[in-house]
Design a protein around this ligand. Structure first.
Ligand code: ATP
Ligand code: MG
Length: 315
């Protein structure tokens, strides 16, 4: 049997976080960071940490923020040969401050950072040929060259008989960037495993109920839908089965990265042929572990850590 290898493409960033809650950055605040970040980077780090072959295509600057990411991804087992280190570029960043109400204010530098343009050529093109599964983060469709790179790799991996997973990772209100909806729809057309969270289920299938939205997606060619429900857990749907599992009971410290670690774990177990219930249980455990640690990528778990949480809360 061919060894599976998971690929993703998109933003690699550092996150720098205000240590005190409040409104934004219009006055000096204490900061902590840099933490390795970027939704596709968090996703692929979690895949690598589970021992599944994994790779990411992106671009960073030849600066400390870039090397923080390269070092972490490498040490967690991710193939970084597709990350172009641009000597003239600056690594992307996100400054984040939590408000008292739990909301967040951001200052992003992504579109004009090194990963503002990503191309599939040289080592990245060779890497695509070695991968059997493509994971698309909707939030990575932020610039024309990145959209083109994602669509190219997705189609290539599909054409070779591979599979595709897709996490829209957007809230309905940020769908306005030009060409975004079109690109999302093309990706959905290639998707085997769709991993929306909450209202994202209705992005492509305006329906009156969850059941109807899922039925429309399955009719459209998606093989399975995995719906994330935050602290309440998650549900799995395919043509013949429906499985729902509650979330694990943990103390939430920082919700960032939960969906990415959840998705990475579900995809890893799904590719290994696990039944939906097992994949969902491990994915819920990974999402729960993720929220217990501050820093976006800090909450990625090993298989042993997931086994320990599952054993601890088995009823
Ligand atoms: P993100 O904000 O990272 O994009 P998301 O909206 O994609 O997240 P969520 O539904 O918030 O996804 O979280 C993904 C999974 O993580 C959930 O399905 C659940 O398994 C787990 N999870 C999230 N929050 C909690 C929590 N407070 N307690 C336990 N598990 C949680
Ligand atoms: Mg998400």
């Amino acid at each position: 049997m061919r060894q599976s290898k998971v690929l993703t493409i998109g933003e690699v960033l550092v996150e720098i976080v205000a240590t005190e809650r409040g409104n934004g950055f219009r006055e000096p605040v204490k900061l902590i960071g840099p933490f390795p970040s970027g939704a596709p980077a968090i996703f692929i780090d979690q895949v690598g940490k589970l021992g599944q072959a994994a790779a990411i295509i992106s671009r960073v600057g030849d600066d400390d923020f870039g090397h923080v990411n390269l070092d972490r991804l490498k040490s967690d087992g991710v193939d970084v040969s597709g990350i172009d280190v641009d000597p003239l570029g600056t690594t992307g960043s996100a400054f984040v401050r939590y408000r008292e109400d739990g909301g967040r204010n951001f200052v992003f530098n992504i579109r004009h950072s090194a990963c503002g343009s990503i191309e599939i050529k040289g080592p990245a093109a060779a890497l695509v040929e070695t991968c059997t599964h493509m994971h698309v983060m909707g939030s990575s469709l932020y610039a024309p060259s990145v959209v083109e790179a994602i669509l190219k790799a997705t189609r290539r991996i599909k054409a070779k008989g591979g599979t595709v997973s897709f996490d829209p990772n957007l809230r309905a209100e940020i769908l306005n960037s030009p060409g975004m909806r079109e690109a999302l729809a093309i990706v959905l057309g290639e998707t085997d495993l769709f991993l929306p969270s909450g209202e994202e289920l209705f992005l492509f299938s305006p329906a009156d109920s969850e059941k109807e939205a899922v039925a429309n997606l399955l009719k459209g060619g998606v093989k399975a839908v995995v719906l994330k429900r935050g602290a309440a857990g998650a549900s799995y749907f395919d043509a013949t089965r429906e499985v729902s599992l509650p979330g694990f009971k943990v103390t939430e410290v920082d919700p960032t990265g939960a969906g990415d670690c959840f998705g990475a774990t579900f995809v890893t177990f799904w590719l290994a042929g696990a039944d939906p219930e097992t994949a969902l249980r491990y994915a819920n455990a990974a999402g729960a572990k993720a929220v217990t640690r501050s820093g976006p990528m800090e909450g990625a778990s090993t298989r042993a850590e997931l086994d320990a949480l599952i054993a601890e809360q088995r009823t």
